[in-house]
Design a protein. Structure first.
Length: 234
């Protein structure tokens, strides 16, 4: 699990750094470039050249290292290793989103694409919605397989103190994330990009709220309410 995650990370980071090196000579020092856009592709945040070129690769390196270390820190490491497929999906999906954001910023700064243009701006937002929707759908497909741990999944006080609450909450949340992701992808093809992105954000927030409430409900009706026992830390 860790080896595969690090291998994919190295490939992605290498591609991101190569893009930054290619773009470095094209971006004048001291100028400001767009680093954030609204759902219509209009820039509403600006930063210097260093931020455009190195922020996302730096974040990607940091997140990859953190994800490689986390399994060694979890008291329920055995359960986290049993959830290796879900862990890899989250790992790779997170890095893909960061890589896409990096490409958007760098290519816009170099003038290769124009985020405010009808073809490129909303088109890139549409692509981002599809990528995020696919990420959420992939998470939803594997979420029911995540075993109780301290770093990944829906970690409320109730899922962490009841294995029944953990299992049922993750199964329900998995279906809701899968539905949200697929609906967002379909919406991106038939609706304006800002509406499709709104569906993704609204669906995700609603799913998290439902997960919190449902985890409490299952915990409340669980007569066992199992907690961490010493053998789980071995």
């Amino acid at each position: 699990m860790i080896f595969k995650g690090l291998l994919v990370s190295l490939i992605m980071i290498g591609i991101m750094l190569a893009l930054s090196i290619w773009a470095m000579g094209q971006l004048p020092a001291g100028e400001q470039f767009a680093t954030h856009w609204d759902a219509n592709g209009v820039a509403n945040g600006f930063s210097g050249r260093a931020t455009v070129l190195w922020m996302m690769p730096g974040m990607t390196i940091g997140i990859a290292l953190l994800l490689a270390i986390v399994p060694q820190l979890d008291p329920r490491k055995r359960n986290l290793l049993r959830s290796s497929m879900a862990y890899l999906v989250i790992w790779v999906g997170t890095l893909l989103v960061l890589a896409f954001a990096h490409f958007m910023m760098v290519l816009n700064a170099t003038g290769t694409i124009n985020m405010a243009d009808v073809g490129n701006g909303p088109g890139m937002i549409k692509a981002l919605t599809i990528i995020l929707g696919g990420f959420f759908a992939a998470i939803g497909a594997v979420m029911g397989k995540i075993r109780p741990n301290w770093f990944m999944g829906i970690r409320t006080p109730w899922t962490l103190s009841s294995d029944l609450s953990w299992d049922k909450t993750h199964r329900l949340t998995g279906w809701l994330f899968l539905a949200t992701g697929l609906l967002s992808i379909i919406s991106a093809f038939i609706m304006p990009p800002n509406i499709a992105m709104g569906i993704l954000i609204t669906g995700s927030l609603a799913t998290l709220l439902i997960a919190v409430i449902y985890s409490w409900y299952v915990w409340k009706n669980d007569p066992v309410r199992e907690t961490l026992v010493p053998e789980d830390t071995k």
